[in-house]
Design a protein around this ligand. Structure first.
Ligand code: BGC
Length: 453
């Protein structure tokens, strides 16, 4: 790889503490493949992607990056990168094919292979319990709309805590619950593809209760010596700034921010839903199915926030701007191949908001990255460079950030966008599963080595 692929190679010194953890992130459904291998049950994404018109070109996660059979290759890539943390998720239907009941030993064995390999390579496993691949058997019984799914999740979490308590000490319950509840059940764009806001509100609420009960179970197991470490949740940390300084535009920004992350962090940290948006929904006839005791169940101490940041927007109040009456203004910013603007400032600002609104909560950047489809990716280097410097500014402003896992280690199954949209530091040939590190991989490797000094 010639050095001229790099826009620049001078790395900052002394901006990140020596304890700061660097690595990359993936998720089970997006990389594993082996969709029906060795007893795995189907997930809602296996079903959804088989329905005509749901995903780009009808792409399915059947084989994805074949990580189920290539775990050693992925670990070697992380090791060569110099990663000291790897964020991955567990496929619930691989471990519990029907979502509850009989355990699939081959599923657990796969995660032991992965975690043992990581530990042998000196890489800390950071486990997400739910990155959207609900067992289809649970969806058949109503999915997240059905309160019974709460206890099924807590039993799954309990199984994972006990099984891995000597090996894993960093946990996230839910990845971007906004997407798995609202994008999947109101926008209809993700599995299970519903378009009913009351259903989506119920799904979000039940995921929150499931989160709270899983945290309670975790604490209980820790006290018994059967679980270990820290636990939190990873919402979408989006950022929006008003087009003008009117109150109407300010609220048109507040609503999407409240929806994507306050909706989940406020009940956890304060025991209440964000007031403005809750009222907005109820005034329009929608309701959250809160039962007595639910908010107490949700309102429990967590140890960390996982922040997923990709981009910010500029919004204005617009009565025709959908349910939130909020429209994004296109200021002609440079965009990625998925159409998202490149906005590193929003990263610093959203992290400063986490510091101010939820003080005392350590942050891990659980996802940050850019979609660029060409394997020669100097623009990914620019994106990473700018966002890592924006992150350094957030640290300098007193945001307690402990680590960063880039999205994503590999090109992968980008949900409804199929395989066309690529976020990887490593290119994957989806026919042969060959992995080829991109220029950005080598740049990030140099960054890690340099800032660690
Ligand atoms: C998700 C990932 C996804 C990425 C890029 C996040 O919304 O957690 O699964 O691939 O963003 O769209």
């Amino acid at each position: 790889m010639s050095d001229q692929t790099f826009p620049q190679k001078s790395f900052p010194q002394g901006l990140f503490p020596a304890t700061f953890r660097w690595g990359a992130a993936t998720s089970s459904c997006q990389i594993e493949g082996g969709w029906d291998a060795d007893g795995k049950g189907p997930s809602i994404w296996d079903t959804f992607s088989r329905e005509p018109g749901r995903t780009f070109a009808g792409d399915r996660p059947d084989a994805a990056c074949d990580s189920y059979h290539r775990v050693e290759e992925d670990i070697a890539l992380l090791q060569d990168l110099g990663a000291d943390v790897y964020r991955f998720s567990v496929s619930w239907p691989r471990v519990l094919p029907k979502g509850r009941g009989a355990v699939n030993p081959a599923g657990l064995a796969y995660y032991h292979r992965l975690v043992d390999g990581l530990l042998a390579a000196g890489i800390k496993p950071f486990c997400t319990l739910y990155h959207w691949d609900l067992p289809q058997a649970l969806q058949d019984a109503g999915g997240w709309e059905n309160r019974a799914t709460i206890d099924a999740f807590v039993d799954f979490a309990d199984l994972m805590f006990r099984e891995f308590h000597t090996k894993i000490d960093l946990w996230v319950t839910f990845n971007e619950p906004f997407c798995s509840s609202f994008v999947g059940n109101w926008f209809g764009v993700h599995a299970p593809g519903k378009t009913d806001l009351n259903v989506a509100l119920a799904c979000a609420h039940h995921q929150l209760v499931a989160h709270g009960k899983a945290v309670a179970r975790f604490r209980n197991l820790v006290s018994l010596g059967r679980a270990r470490g820290q636990i939190g949740i990873a919402p979408n940390v989006t950022w929006a700034e008003p087009f003008t300084d009117t109150e109407a535009d300010r609220l048109a920004c507040l609503r999407p921010i409240q929806w994507s992350w306050d909706w989940f962090l406020d009940p956890i940290v304060f025991g209440t839903y964000p007031e403005h948006l809750e009222r907005w929904f109820t005034e329009r006839g929608f309701r959250i199915p809160i039962l007595p005791g639910d908010l107490d169940e949700i309102h429990r101490k967590i140890d960390l926030v996982g922040a997923n940041y990709y981009c910010m927007s500029v919004n204005r109040h617009d009565p025709a701007g959908g349910l939130l009456e909020s429209t994004q203004v296109d200021l002609g910013w440079e965009k990625s191949d998925i159409g998202w603007p490149l906005t590193p400032d929003g990263f610093t600002k959203s992290l400063a908001r986490v510091r101010d609104k939820y003080p005392g909560l350590p942050v891990y950047i659980t996802e940050n990255g850019i979609c660029l489809n060409a394997p020669n990716d100097p623009r990914r280097i620019v994106y990473l460079d700018q966002h890592l410097r924006a992150l350094a500014r957030a640290l300098a402003q007193g945001v307690d950030v402990r680590g960063y896992t880039a999205w994503s280690l590999l090109d992968n199954f980008e949900w409804a966008e199929g395989y066309a949209k690529r976020f990887g530091l490593v290119e994957v040939d989806f026919r042969t599963f060959e992995r080829r590190p991109k220029p950005s991989y080598f740049w990030y490797r140099d960054w890690i080595a340099s800032v660690r000094k």
